[in-house]
Ligand binder design. Structure first.
Ligand code: ADP
Length: 491
């Protein structure tokens, strides 16, 4: 497994690093390659050389390869889901669900290869025709995070290849196992040499090599705001400038109104805030609750939290797996201290848990009496930590929901059509959910946010073509005089 895939060959990495199971730190999932910049350069050169051929390749070929990838992922969902859960720490059903999702994404984009369309318009000049077509962009560098080890790579790699681009894929250091397995499947499906490359390694080494290479035309990045900003600066500084697509953090509000169905609201909150250990950029980390239901809601959520099973991700019955690693756990604990220092009330959870195996187990934490100006309500924690802020009424709840630097997802629990419609229209988020958790999206529709959460075109669904293609406008004058039918002329 100490291998990168570069220029059509599996090559041993310069270094190797252990991949540790966060549910059991004594369990080493494997040793995986850590590349140096030179290996990234080699992959970029291969992708650059492969681009002219692949960009003109038959759409049937692209369709068949992507479909094959989707088929194999699905056929191996249990094994790949287990690997994913073992290295990332989400529960086995979540791991398998994510693998199925990756398969669906490849199937979707297999279909999209056959549906690429353009526009044909009349010109303002007589005798001239205009065609607007989409063409691939070039070599695309894909930089992915650890929290969705197979779905996020899938939703970048599949459209990149479908629309005729070549790829250098740099997965997150913490989850090389899923990236490696996915890459093996892509290679087996028959991508020509150089079209797809896997380079595992550090962001500051492999990631920066992608950012600094003039041969890379575009970067699709998902990760933290701080790194996203660096990526953006590097894309602008590069010559020529690179196209970019950045998916970064979230601090997603879930508004709960007095007229909400309490059971629905509690499930939305607990699922959105704590499932997948709260390690989703769409997690409902801010619960904004109107006064009439506030106390009942807090009581019901804390009661429900008592029954959450936090344990080894691979154990059956586990509902919440461990935090991904020591760094993330330190960050979660730091914010729990910050919340207490800021004067919020830790109403439930927040303590480390001992389980059979040594792992990063944290009891989901709920803060109440949270002012939206507090750091725990403004900064992304990326763990199983949620805040409850009391609002007077719907109007104040909406104001608080929008009072954030982020704008990825926002939810509302209400039985009022009036408030649901108003919220959908006025929420400053890229995705809005009514009576649903802020996390949990479909794969055939656009994903992305506003404000500090995202930059550039949307991901997923057919909207993905905006980033993975570039538009060409072609004008044709064919030299013909305007045609007037003879029968008419002689009338
Ligand atoms: P996370 O909290 O998800 O680890 P990061 O933004 O640190 O967020 O990482 C997301 C991805 O960005 C990872 O693949 C990481 O290796 C990569 N990365 C980190 N630093 C850089 C950098 N300076 N340049 C390019 N990529 C980077």
């Amino acid at each position: 497994m100490n291998m990168n895939y570069i220029a059509g060959e599996w090559l041993a990495g310069t270094h190797a690093a252990p991949n540790i199971n966060p549910s059991n730190t004594a369990d080493v999932v494997g040793e995986f390659a850590r590349a140096e910049a030179a290996e990234a350069e080699k992959a970029i050169a291969a992708a650059y050389d492969a681009f002219p051929g692949w960009s003109r390749s038959s759409i049937q070929l692209r369709h068949d390869i992507l479909k094959k990838v989707g088929d194999e992922i699905l056929a191996r969902k249990d094994e790949l889901g287990r690997l994913l859960s073992r290295e990332e720490g989400k529960t086995l059903p979540e791991g398998i669900g994510e693998v199925v999702r990756a398969s669906q994404i490849f199937q979707f984009f297999a279909g999209e290869t056959l549906r690429m369309a353009g526009d044909k318009l009349a010109s303002v000049r007589p005798g001239v025709d205009i065609e607007i077509t989409r063409e691939p962009v070039g070599v695309i560098g894909l930089i992915t995070p650890w929290n969705f080890p197979i779905a996020i790579p899938a939703w970048k790699i599949a459209p990149a290849l479908a629309y005729g681009n070549t790829v250098v894929f740099k997965p997150a250091e913490l989850v090389p196992g899923s990236a490696h397995a996915l890459s093996e499947i892509i290679v087996r499906a028959g991508v020509p040499a150089g079209v797809f490359n896997l380079v595992m390694g550090r962001g500051s080494v492999v990631g920066e090599a992608l950012l600094n290479s003039p041969k890379v035309s575009a970067i699709s990045f998902t990760g933290s705001v701080a790194t996203g900003r660096k990526v953006a600066q590097a894309c602008i500084a590069s010559d020529p400038m690179k196209k970019m697509q950045l998916e970064m953090g979230g601090k997603n509000p879930l508004v709960v109104l007095d007229d909400a169905d309490l059971k629905v609201a509690v499930e939305c909150a607990v699922n959105g805030a704590f499932f997948s250990t709260g390690q989703r950029c769409t997690a409902s980390s801010r619960l904004i609750v109107t006064s009439g239901i506030h106390d009942r809601f807090v009581d019901a959520v804390t009661e429900r939290m008592k029954s959450l099973v936090v344990d080894d991700a691979l154990k059956s019955g586990t509902q919440i797996g461990p935090v991904v690693d020591q760094n993330q756990l330190d960050q979660d604990l730091k914010y729990i201290r910050i919340g207490q220092d800021e004067g919020a009330t830790l109403a439930a959870g927040g303590e480390l848990l001992n389980r059979e195996t040594p792992g990063f187990y944290l009891a989901p934490a709920l803060f109440t009496n949270v002012d939206n100006r507090m750091r725990i309500a403004q900064e992304e924690i990326f763990g199983p930590v949620a805040t409850v802020t009391r609002a007077r009424d719907y109007e104040e709840a909406l104001e608080i929901a929008n009072d954030t630097q982020f704008g990825l997802s926002a939810g509302i629990c209400t039985t009022s059509l009036k408030h649901a419609s108003h919220f959908k229209r006025n929420s400053e988020a890229g995705m809005v959910m009514v009576n649903l958790p802020t996390a949990g999206v479909d794969y055939h529709v656009p994903f992305g946010g506003r404000k500090g959460s995202s930059y550039g075109p949307r991901e997923q669904g057919r909207y993905a073509e905006e980033f993975y293609t570039t538009v060409k406008t072609a004008y044709t004058f064919d030299g013909n005089e305007p045609y007037v039918p003879k029968t008419r002329a002689s009338e």
